[in-house]
Design a binder for this molecule. Structure first.
Ligand code: MG
Length: 249
């Protein structure tokens, strides 16, 4: 599959899908507290998405069973919502997407559950900031690798590692389109960015090594060394000026 360039009518649809996706995360921020279960959060998210006339992008994608991924502490991505309850001091990464009018939105944030340690707060803050360092290069004419390099440099100079095995992606009619958007250097320039490209930029950082493993449920990806992980993602439109963040609302 090749990179798709969106026309104005597609961009309008993606703006709506992105807004709903971002609103879900804002809702999660209000609901997350000690004692709530990840299944309860999933229900709230799905209900909200459907109330807007959209469909949860993740549900059924490659057989995934839920509307959010809920990844706690050392879980990086693809944590499956279940009955376990969040505890004071946990951090939880919520990744979600909404599909409407033929297009997807995709975004993630890591949230604090009650009071968290300064170390965990710093991991969340650096992960978020690494996204913004990256998208300083998200402009027509630049190469994709400039985004990747800026994320990696900021994350590593802050003392964290960048996950290698999972990367960002093009997004549009499909949740996962070309190109891959790595958060580290691959030794290639990557494609040149063109106005109308839409990409999900999503740094995943860890407090220890970047090595990962997948749990027996075949979904949940955790750090091999048990260290904490955080995630920050938005759906980004490349323009000839500043990028537009569809999911940051
Ligand atoms: Mg994504």
């Amino acid at each position: 599959m090749s990179i798709t360039i969106k026309k104005d009518v597609h961009i309008a649809a993606m703006r709506l899908a992105g807004r709903i996706t971002g609103e879900v995360l804002n809702l999660m921020a209000k609901e997350i507290r000690p004692g709530i279960s990840t299944a309860e959060l999933d229900n709230i998210a799905e209900e909200y998405i459907r109330s807007k006339g959209a469909v949860p992008s993740f549900k059924g994608l490659y057989g995934y069973p839920a509307s959010i991924c809920a990844s706690v502490n050392n879980e990086i991505i693809h944590g499956i919502p279940d009955g376990r309850r969040l505890k004071e001091g946990d951090i939880i990464s919520i990744d979600t997407g909404a599909y409407i009018n033929g297009f997807h939105g995709d975004a993630a944030r890591t949230f604090a559950v009650g009071e968290i340690s300064p170390e965990r707060q710093r991991l969340i803050d650096v992960t978020r900031e690494s996204f913004f360092r990256g998208i300083e290069y998200a402009k027509e004419g630049n190469h994709l690798s400039e985004i990747s390099a800026a994320i990696q440099d900021y994350a590593e100079s802050s003392g964290f590692s960048v996950v290698r095995d999972y990367v960002g992606h093009g997004i549009g009619r499909e949740m996962h389109e070309d190109p891959e958007v790595p958060n580290y250097r691959r030794g290639r320039l990557g494609p040149r960015l063109i106005k109308g490209m839409t990409i999900a930029v999503e740094p995943m950082l860890t407090a220890g090594s970047f090595r990962v493993r997948t749990l027996k449920n075949d979904w949940t990806v955790v750090t091999r060394d048990g260290s904490d992980s955080a995630h920050y993602e938005n759906t980004v439109l490349i323009t000839d000026g500043e990028p537009e963040l569809f999911t940051l609302v």
